[in-house]
Design a protein around this ligand. Structure first.
Ligand code: FES
Ligand code: FES
Length: 218
């Protein structure tokens, strides 16, 4: 049937609402999510603004810089361009789960020893990408590191990143399995642990200096 050129345009069909998961597993803990979230919300903002896990950083917003890198079932992803609905039931690992101030991951120890960070802004993304690399390849070559570490660092730390990854790899291989603190952060098989309460409405206290524990500042 011919279309009347004078007829008003068809109203645009509204896009299908994206499914919203009821909870999100982050660093082995089950976080209930508010019911009014938009499933299109990037994972980065869910982590930072809803769960108040501010160690993951916003840099470019277009999947170019890697500052927002987290692990999804052990695989590094750019959380600035990954919608919450696309995460589904997969497990998220962030810098907050890599190690603690009293028990840093071998990568964080090596980062400190080799004074990797300058401003620190890119470091959580680099550390998460490095943890995924070591889980997949315990003794990576320089080429492996260059292929896996695709984040940018405006402070020029990438040469020290490479040295520190080699150092952490040696340390992890020398350590007994029971003492490899945080090594399993990149493992997709880590089961969800105890659920945590709904996120508080107020932001947390000021974060520690990036020099103290690489990659966890706000
Ligand atoms: S903020 Fe996501 S890649 Fe730059
Ligand atoms: S951007 Fe400053 S340490 Fe990488």
């Amino acid at each position: 049937m011919p279309t009347d050129p004078a007829a008003p345009p068809e109203p645009a069909t509204s896009p299908m609402p994206l499914a919203l998961p009821a909870s999100l597993t982050v660093n082995g803990r089950l976080h209930p999510l508010p019911g009014d979230l938009d499933g299109a919300m990037p994972l980065l903002w869910v982590l930072r603004d809803v769960l108040h896990l501010t160690g993951t950083k916003y840099g470019c917003g277009v999947a170019a810089c890697g500052a927002c890198t987290v692990l999804l079932d052990g695989q590094p992803v750019r959380s600035c361009v990954l919608s919450l609905s696309a995460v589904g039931r997969r497990a998220v690992a962030t810098i907050e789960g890599l190690g603690e101030a009293q028990a840093p991951h071998a990568l964080q120890q090596a980062w400190i020893e080799h004074q990797v960070p300058q401003c620190g802004y890119c470091q959580s993304g680099l550390l998460m990408a490095a943890s995924a690399l070591l889980a997949r390849k315990p003794r990576p070559s320089d080429a492996d590191i260059e292929a896996a570490i695709t984040g940018l660092c405006r402070c020029g730390s990438l040469a020290r990143v490479k040295v520190a990854i080699h150092r952490a790899a040696v340390r992890l291989q020398a350590a007994p399995a029971s003492s490899r603190v945080g090594q399993d952060v990149a493992s997709p098989s880590t089961p969800p642990l105890a659920p945590v309460s709904a996120p508080p409405s107020a932001p947390p206290a000021a974060p520690a200096s990036p020099r103290g524990q690489p990659g966890t500042s706000g």
